[in-house]
Design a binder for this molecule. Structure first.
Ligand code: RRO
Length: 312
């Protein structure tokens, strides 16, 4: 019988599955439901220092091939999520949790990292450098100079395990440049990819866009993004120091998609659009489908195939 146990640095999770930040992780009730599911762990909604209402609705739409969103960073504020993970880490039955932050400015990011550093949080912190949906705020990780400055300043004050959430890159030279920057820092992991920013879905019958903010432009998720996500996971696995783990996010609809992410080099995988569509029961199905594939192939554990993608 396939063993789905996933290792991530010195942490062990029952399955390699978790939610993608921004999906089903806004409230303590949603977070508790994730903990009760087959997800191996969870990540909280990217937080700002203070509560944010986010962009006007409708701001998320499921589409036949995925989803489009321009949520605009709605969240309860860092204290809410930090309080949740601190309470949970006192419970030995709860796995190590991920806490995500996404400041509107570098100063806000650094402020939040200092708060987390000075707290008792002993889980993994994720710095989201790739929110595509705050009007007037470009994604930090598409500005290589800003990314380098951010990481340098972050590691001056932050002494706990830190990962970064990256946007998709599309050119091999971008992978080279970004990996060269990331390899200079003691990152625990990268999470790739965030949604493909600023897509535009058009409904031809009604001749309208699908969401209200930004005239309809929004981040794409789901089947639209799977090959881009796999490319980013694999390109970074080929370039990053082996100590930097990878969370693969993007386009997972079934167990085969989970298998593909792991094969490309992901250590854990996150599910966004499909979790939005199905709720936390999706993890039961994904775990069963992944186990079926491993059993059929004669693989007993994730390490039997993780990162072992073959080329022609
Ligand atoms: O809240 C959002 O609009 C959002 C964020 Br912070 C993000 O990182 N990725 C995304 O697709 N939406």
């Amino acid at each position: 019988m396939a063993d789905l146990t996933a290792s991530f640095h010195d942490h062990t999770f029952q399955t390699p599955l978790m939610n993608a930040s921004g999906v089903y992780c806004y409230t303590t009730e949603e977070l508790d439901n994730l903990l009760a599911s087959k997800a191996g762990t969870l990540v909280t909604k990217s937080a700002t220092i203070n509560y944010r209402a986010g962009n006007p609705e409708p701001r998320y739409r499921n589409l036949a091939l995925g989803s489009i969103n321009s949520m605009g960073l709605p969240n309860e504020g860092l204290a809410y999520y930090l309080d949740y993970v601190l309470k949970k880490q006192a419970d030995p039955t709860v796995p190590t949790l991920f806490l995500s932050v996404a400041g509107i400015s570098m100063a806000e990011d650094l402020d939040m990292l200092s708060t987390i550093d000075q707290s008792d949080f002993n889980g993994l912190t994720e710095l989201n450098l790739s929110c595509p949906n705050v009007p007037g705020k470009p994604q930090v990780a598409y500005d290589f100079e800003a990314t380098e400055k951010m990481l340098a300043a972050a590691f001056e004050r932050f002494h706990k395990p830190l990962g970064v959430k990256l946007p998709p890159y599309f050119d091999l030279t971008q992978f080279d440049i970004v990996a060269q920057i990331l390899n200079q820092y003691p990152l625990a992991y990268i999470n790739t990819i965030n949604s493909i920013g600023n897509g535009l879905y058009i409904d031809v019958d009604s001749e309208t866009v699908a969401i209200k903010p930004k005239g309809g432009f929004g981040g794409l998720g789901g089947a639209y993004v799977l090959p881009t996500a796999l490319a980013n996971v694999h390109a970074f696995r080929q370039r990053l120091n082996p100590e930097i783990a990878i969370i693969g996010t993007g386009g997972i609809e079934n167990g085969a998609d989970v298998f593909a992410h792991l094969l490309a080099g992901a250590d854990l995988v996150q599910v966004g659009t499909q979790l939005m569509k199905d709720g936390p029961d999706v993890f039961t199905r994904l775990a069963a489908e992944l186990a079926d594939i491993m059993n059929a192939k004669g693989y007993h554990k994730l390490a039997d195939f993780k990162g072992k993608l073959k080329t022609l």
